[in-house]
Design a protein around this ligand. Structure first.
Ligand code: C5P
Length: 312
């Protein structure tokens, strides 16, 4: 049993994600859309350090500009800590220090990773010993992508994207991310898709049909075959995201001209993810995109989900 008195702080890390496939179904009564998605966790991490405190607070640092992030009760990490305290009967608070590396409002689940790492860190700090199943249930209450940030790896998401089943995946995929200087609102991108579907009645997703992940995607992941996966990448949110931020289309073309196997908008954007065959090609593409004054990062996937980091 963990002795809470022995822990001066707890450090947990959770990854960002790319949706290598995202099909959006009908809008449900709860304001969420039915999804079929394939997530891959990638090697860009949020680091959450949790310190004992009487109340709940959060501060940010990291490789990206964090000014403007909410630090009050509306912050998802604070919501995560409060939810865990409420569910376990823990009566104290926590001071959270979050080192952010996943682009903010970038479509890579950075806020969800903060929440997942916060659940894991607070559980260790407080000695509340929630089971993995309990943490997953809390994660789903916090947001559609939070359960995946806990589980990591490669997984298929249905329902809101929070009903996860692991996908068989072999090897390691290499990606180059083009990170935008602006963020995009996920609800706005979904609404743009709905408006488009209403206007073009032929594009309406049939209410009776459940979206599913294409078998080509599952095969490519299982084979660890980047070329096959490049052919199968798909994101229903890409067109509405490009409609809201047309400049992204040019960068997608640029990345593909510069040697990417394929490029895709990550989640609701605006981060772009370019799939490349190997580590050398990733470096070449990163250099080429950087020379075009773009902020380009190399990542690999799949990686693990939220877990404790030992600092001693
Ligand atoms: O759960 P999360 O807070 O990440 O979702 C943000 C927003 O994205 C939701 O409020 C909803 O507008 C939209 N969304 C959706 N369908 C999903 C997931 C998210 O419409 N399956």
């Amino acid at each position: 049993m963990t002795d809470p008195v022995a822990l001066h702080f707890a450090h947990a890390r959770a990854p960002g994600k790319i949706n290598v496939f995202l099909k959006v179904g009908q809008l449900q009564d709860d304001g969420y859309h039915e999804l079929a998605t394939a997530f891959q966790a990638v090697s860009l991490y949020e680091e959450v350090r949790a310190y004992p405190a009487d109340d709940f607070s959060v501060s940010f640092s990291g490789s990206i500009d964090t000014t403007g992030l909410a630090v009050d009760g509306s912050n998802l990490a604070i919501k995560a800590a409060r939810l865990l305290a409420r569910k376990t009967g823990y009566r104290g608070g926590v001071r959270l220090e979050i080192e952010k590396n996943v682009p903010i409002a970038g479509g890579m689940g950075g806020g969800s990773a903060d929440a997942a790492a916060t659940l894991v860190a607070c559980d260790a700090l407080w000695g509340t010993e929630a089971s993995r199943e309990e943490l997953v249930a809390l994660a789903a209450q916090l947001g559609a992508d939070v359960p995946f940030a806990l589980s990591g790896g490669t997984a298929i998401g249905t329902g809101r994207g929070d009903q996860l089943s692991p996908a068989l995946a072999k090897g390691r995929f290499h990606w180059v991310l083009a990170v935008a200087e602006f963020g995009m609102s996920t609800p706005e991108v979904y609404s743009a898709l709905d408006r488009h579907r209403e206007k073009h009645a032929q594009d309406i997703f049939p209410a009776t049909v459940q979206p599913v992940v294409d078998t080509e995607v599952l095969q490519a992941l299982r084979a660890g075959d980047a070329r096959q996966l490049a052919e199968a990448l798909h994101n229903d949110l890409q067109a509405p995201a490009l409609g809201l931020a047309p400049g992204l289309g040019r960068i997608l073309e640029l990345g593909e001209q510069m040697g990417a196997l394929a490029g895709i908008v990550s989640g609701s954007g605006p981060t772009l993810a370019f799939l490349v065959p190997d580590a050398d090609s990733a470096l070449e593409l990163q250099v080429a995109l950087s020379a075009s004054r773009l902020n380009a990062l190399r990542v690999t996937g799949p990686v693990h989900g939220a877990r404790l980091v030992q600092e001693w």
